[in-house]
Design a protein around this ligand. Structure first.
Ligand code: GDP
Ligand code: IMO
Ligand code: MG
Length: 419
């Protein structure tokens, strides 16, 4: 059996959590492969909304196994909060969730370093979620990290202190005040909770399960345009958010990749700084934010909104090898007289369809007819308004990839499967 990958094609918040929850019944295992508590994945059922940060979005299906892979960075304090808010008792959750011993830990001092670095950046702030992601991945690649497996070491306290002191030395170079004690207490409570879960070499587990014919879904965090290599660097996150990241973040071979589901919103949003060619600064942008409730799931910050950006999407499809597109938030566009799609850019006076390394670009739009119908109750593709179908088919023509799912609301039931 192969592993399918679901990931975001834009700047994050495409609706990955909702879709993973909706399609989980078709899988045995749901595995997160990168990112950490910077992610906020929302899903809804029975009129209750849940927001997950570290835990895979399959967790509400009692018969599924959820894996936090080696590519994820884990803050035990966030983990504990999340476990406590989930609902099911820990005694039950320990059977549903397994954690890689190789996943790196976010230390309390990583969070402080994140804030110190960001405030030092002056006008070029990244707009980080300040969860310690950058410093934790930096320590991982510079080979100074602490991993989940280390918490089982009898000398863990000493190793932890060495790491903390190393960070405190760095912090002396920054004028940054902080209170470590309170968060450290929470962090250690989280470490104790982590120990109740099975901590193991999940790469063996995932490969064994594939051999046994189990169906595995890899759940991405952030989006392709926030990838550390291919996003709008330096305004990116610190991990590989792309399909290749599922191989390194779970320990599976590229030959095992089956379907790659690319999630895209009917428009674009971005939270934090960095280029956003189709950003709208007018009433339309405000309307998208209000109707789409575009406020960060992790930080509550208002998201920047703009029209769909096809050159960016084509780039994401190419990098990820997307085999199927899933459209979300189509319902939010109801009621616009016309909708615009960016089909190319203008850079240095010339039209281009590639994302430039670094230069000012302006979007070139195709304007399409809008639709007025409330589609949130539609459950079949043929029920959708003709203008929306045209909008969807235009994306298919332009990208050469079929749109096989349309999400028309945040609830797991508000989903149209086309194939
Ligand atoms: P993720 O990070 O990709 O999982 O996305 P977020 O959860 O951060 O943001 C997506 C937001 O849109 C959440 O509030 C979801 O509940 C909501 N959502 C997801 N799909 C739909 C949809 O099809 N229509 C509407 N109106 N909301 C949706
Ligand atoms: P999900 O998984 C949207 C953005 C931050 C910032 C940049 C770097 O919910 O789609 P970091 O905390 O990683 O140092 O922030 O990346 N960012 C996200 N934006 N959705 C996310 O995750 C994000 N995770 C990080 O806003 O611009
Ligand atoms: Mg999110």
């Amino acid at each position: 059996m192969n592993i399918d990958i679901l990931l975001g094609l834009q700047w994050g918040d495409e609706g990955k959590g909702k879709i993973v929850d909706a399609i989980s019944p078709g899988y045995d295992v749901i595995a997160r492969f990168q990112g950490g508590p910077n992610a906020g994945h929302s899903l809804e059922f029975n009129n209750v909304k849940h927001i997950l940060h570290l835990i895979p979005s399959g967790i509400f299906h009692p018969d599924k196994l959820n894996v936090i892979g080696n590519g994820v960075v884990i803050d035990p304090a966030v983990f504990r909060n999340e476990i406590e808010e989930l609902g099911p008792p820990v005694s039950e959750l320990v059977n549903r969730l397994i954690i890689s011993n190789r996943a790196n830990l976010i230390l309390p001092t990583h969070r402080i370093l994140d804030a110190a670095y960001e405030s030092h950046k002056g006008n070029s702030k990244i707009g980080s979620t300040l969860k310690g992601i950058g410093p934790a991945y930096t320590d991982k690649t510079s080979r100074n990290g602490l991993r989940v497996g280390d918490i089982l070491d009898k000398n863990f306290m000493e190793i932890y202190k060495d790491h903390k002191n190393y960070h405190l030395e760095i912090l002396k170079n920054y004028k940054h005040s902080f209170d470590l004690q309170e968060y450290e207490n929470e962090w250690f409570k989280g470490v104790e909770l982590l120990k109740k879960f099975r901590i193991t070499s999940t790469e063996y587990l995932v490969n064994e399960l594939m051999e046994k014919g189990k169906r595995i879904l890899a759940e991405g965090a952030q989006g392709t345009m926030l990838d550390v290599d291919f996003g709008s660097y330096p305004f990116v996150t610190s991990s590989n958010t792309i399909s290749a990241g599922a191989c390194t973040g779970l320990g599976v071979s590229p030959r095992r990749i089956g379907e790659v589901f690319g999630i895209y919103k009917a428009y674009c949003t971005r939270v934090g700084s960095g280029p956003f060619p189709t950003e709208l600064f007018d009433e339309t942008g405000i309307r998208l934010r209000d109707v789409g409730h575009e406020f960060g799931s992790t930080t509550g910050r208002p998201r920047r909104c703009g029209w769909l950006d096809l050159p960016a999407m084509k780039y994401s499809i190419m990098i990820n090898g997307v085999t199927q597109l899933f459209l979300t938030k189509a319902d939010v566009l109801s009621g616009f007289k016309t909708v615009k799609v960016c089909t190319s850019y203008k850079a240095d006076g010339k039209e281009c369809s590639e994302i430039p390394f670094r230069s000012e670009i302006t979007p070139v739009y195709t304007e399409m007819e809008g639709w007025t119908e409330d589609i949130s109750r539609s459950r079949t593709y043929k029920d959708l308004p003709a203008a929306l179908k045209k909008y969807i088919e235009f994306v298919e023509e332009q990208t050469g990839v079929p749109v096989t799912m349309v999400s028309v609301g945040p609830d797991r039931e508000e989903t149209i499967y086309r194939k």
